[in-house]
Design a protein around this ligand. Structure first.
Ligand code: AMP
Length: 201
C-alpha cells in the first residue's frame, strides 16, 4: 500500500501516520523528521535546511533526492507512507517521475486531513515533542500532557516546544501551506482521496 498524507501543519499527519504504518506494516517517510534529524546532526543538508525551516518556508532542492533515495530502499518494497511530501506541484511531479522511472508501484491512496484553521492553531500551539530525534514522541499540553518533569515517558529525553511551533513561524508555515500545498489535493483522482475532516463537508 503506497500512501500520501496531505494536510496543513498541525492537522495530525504525524499522529495518523503512527496508526497507519502499524496497520499496514509500512515505513513512514516524514520529510520534516528527516530534516530535523539532519539539523540536529549538523550535516550539510541540515545546515542548508535550518534557515528555511526557521522561516516556515519549504526547503528547496534537497528534499526530492532524499525521498527518491529513501523510496528505493528495501523496506519500501511492500509500500510506504509519505508524510509531509509532496508539498508543492514540483514535488508532486517529481514523485510521479520517480515512480515511473524506478518502476515503483503507484500511489494507492491520498489521505487528506482537513482541519479548521482554529483547530490547527490550537493543536500546534499546545504541541510538545521529545527532543531526542530517534524518539520524537509527541505530547499536547491539553490532550496528552507531558510528564511534569518534562522528561519523555518513552525515552527520558527532554520534552520541548519545536522552534517552528512558536506563533511567528506557525503563521508563516500556514501561509506556505495555503500558497503551495493546499491545492495538491486537486491533483489526485477523487476516488483515490480519503478525506478525514473535522469540518462540515
Ligand atoms: P513538518 O515537520 O512536516 O511540519 O516540516 C517542518 C519543516 O520542514 C517545514 O516547515 C519545511 O521547512 C520543512 N519541510 C518538511 N517537508 C518538506 C518538503 N516536502 N519540502 C520542503 N520542505 C519541507
Amino acid at each position: 500500500m503506497n500512501l500520501v498524507l496531505l494536510g496543513a501543519p498541525g492537522a495530525g499527519k504525524g499522529t495518523q501516520a503512527q496508526g497507519i504504518k502499524e496497520a499496514f506494516g509500512i515505513p513512514q517517510i516524514a520529510t520534516g523528521d528527516i530534516l530535523r534529524a539532519a539539523v540536529a546532526a549538523g550535516t550539510q543538508v541540515g545546515l542548508k535546511a535550518k534557515s528555511y525551516m526557521d522561516r516556515g518556508e519549504l526547503v528547496p532542492d534537497i528534499v526530492v533526492p532524499i525521498v527518491a533515495e529513501r523510496l528505493a530502499q528495501d523496506d519500501c518494497r511492500n509500500g510506504w507512507l509519505l508524510d509531509g511530501f509532496p508539498r508543492n506541484a514540483a514535488q508532486a511531479g517529481a514523485l510521479e517521475a520517480t515512480i515511473e522511472e524506478e518502476g515503483l508501484a503507484p500511489i494507492d491512496r491520498v489521505v487528506y486531513l482537513r482541519v479548521s484553521a482554529d483547530e490547527v492553531v490550537r493543536r500546534i500551539s499546545g504541541r510538545r515533542v521529545c527532543s531526542n530525534a530517534e524518539c520524537g514522541n509527541t505530547y499536547h499540553v491539553e490532550f496528552m500532557p507531558p510528564p511534569a518533569d518534562m522528561k519523555c515517558g518513552k525515552c527520558g529525553g527532554e520534552v520541548v516546544q519545536r522552534d517552528d511551533d512558536r506563533p511567528e513561524t506557525v503563521r508563516a508555515r500556514l501561509e506556505t501551506y495555503g500558497r503551495e500545498t493546499a491545492e495538491l489535493v486537486e491533483r489526485y483522482p477523487k476516488q483515490a482521496v480519503k478525506l478525514l475532516s473535522n469540518l462540515p463537508i
